[in-house]
Design a protein around this ligand. Structure first.
Ligand code: MRU
Length: 350
């Protein structure tokens, strides 16, 4: 599986830092960064050097474990206070993907369950917990890929939006998992990857991963999705998710809900694929999901040789949108495929 860059987030050899592949440089440069300070870790998540809901959770777990290791000589009370502060700081780097708080809370609970332990023992426990989160994600992606593969057949056309591949997770990915797993088994699909404005995760990352794996992938601009669906080239849409509410409303990269609306129009099943760590039963509906707003310069100038909009023009740059549960044919998790009504099928998973 090494061709899928499953090792793109890992704990440094000295246990006090985290190594990540800087995804902002792809597909032109494969460069690893070492994150040692809380500020470097925060910046890496906020600027999408590491991104994709499960990968953010895995990275945050390793970051907190590395910071704990650095501080294991503090006195016990100070150590716990620091741990709490650092966890809150990392958690504030991005608001929408629930995997971030899910992973940090999991480490927090582990520390809380060791009231008598000294800082070195807690630091070791947090390291083991963060490695477990990573290992479990590998298994979850494989299971999601298996379930997703049952939804498509040889020769199908699949449209995807953003990047929910190995770079966004651990191995295989979620939305791209069935396509990569199918390819390994000798199956062929025709994948259409939305470029995914404004940060181009589809162009830079999805087409990179699929092309590298030998999957037949065609890159399209986001506004071409209707055309390829009308042409009859799409049998299913597969997308990832950043937070799924209890009623099945699913937040994912901006533009996803438009794809779902188009799919409904053309009678194409639209599937959301994600691990149960992305399901937030504390969030009743999509209206309760906080949507990240990002720097206007990402729209106006980021990937252009010169600015493409007047300097003073107003910009609205939400990073995610919410797809209404009524548009979703199935939510594919590592525990199986949930079907409507999602308020029942999602609750039954836990
Ligand atoms: O802003 P990003 O690149 O972190 O957004 C990523 C997505 O929207 C993914 O589809 C989602 O996190 C699922 S990744 C398996």
């Amino acid at each position: 599986m090494s061709q899928y860059l499953s090792d793109h987030v890992h704990l440094g050899d000295d246990l006090t830092c985290v190594a990540i592949l800087d995804q902002t440089l792809l597909p032109n440069e494969v460069k690893y960064l070492t994150l040692r300070t809380p500020e470097e870790m925060f910046e890496a998540i906020q600027l999408l050097r590491v991104r994709g809901a499960p990968a953010i959770g895995i990275c945050a777990g390793y970051c907190l474990a590395a910071l704990a290791e650095q501080r294991k000589d503090l006195d016990p009370a100070q150590f716990r206070t620091e741990l709490h502060r650092l966890s809150q700081y990392l958690n504030s780097s991005r608001p929408t993907a629930v995997n971030l708080s899910w992973a940090l809370n999991r480490l927090g609970a582990r520390a809380h369950a060791m009231p008598e332990a000294d800082p070195p023992a807690i630091a070791a426990a947090l390291r083991h917990e963060s490695i477990a989160i990573h290992q479990e994600d590998i298994a979850m992606c494989k299971a999601i890929s298996e379930y997703g593969l049952t939804l498509i057949k040889e020769g199908d056309g699949v449209l995807t939006h953003c990047n929910a591949g190995p770079l966004a997770t651990s191995q295989y990915g979620t939305a791209l998992g069935p396509l990569l797993l199918g390819k390994e088994r000798g199956m062929n699909f025709r994948v259409f990857a939305d470029e995914t404005r404004p940060l181009l995760q589809g162009a830079r990352l999805t087409s990179y991963e699929l092309h590298k794996a030998g999957v037949d992938v065609t890159l399209i601009c986001d506004n071409m999705a209707s055309m390829v669906m009308k042409n009859g080239w799409i049998n299913a849409c597969f997308v990832g998710c950043d937070r799924v509410a209890a009623n099945g409303d699913a937040a994912n990269k901006i533009g996803t809900s438009g794809v779902a609306i188009l799919a409904k129009h053309y009678g194409i099943p639209f599937y959301v694929l994600g691990p149960t760590s992305t399901i937030d039963l504390n969030c009743p509906t999509g209206n309760d999901i906080k949507i990240e707003l990002r720097d206007p310069e990402e729209i106006k100038s980021k990937f252009y040789a010169q600015p493409m909009a007047p300097a003073g023009v107003k910009c609205y740059n939400p990073a995610f949108d919410v797809t209404d549960h009524s548009l979703i044919a199935g939510i594919v998790t590592e525990k199986g495929i949930c079907r409507p009504p999602y308020s029942q099928s999602l609750a039954a998973l836990f």
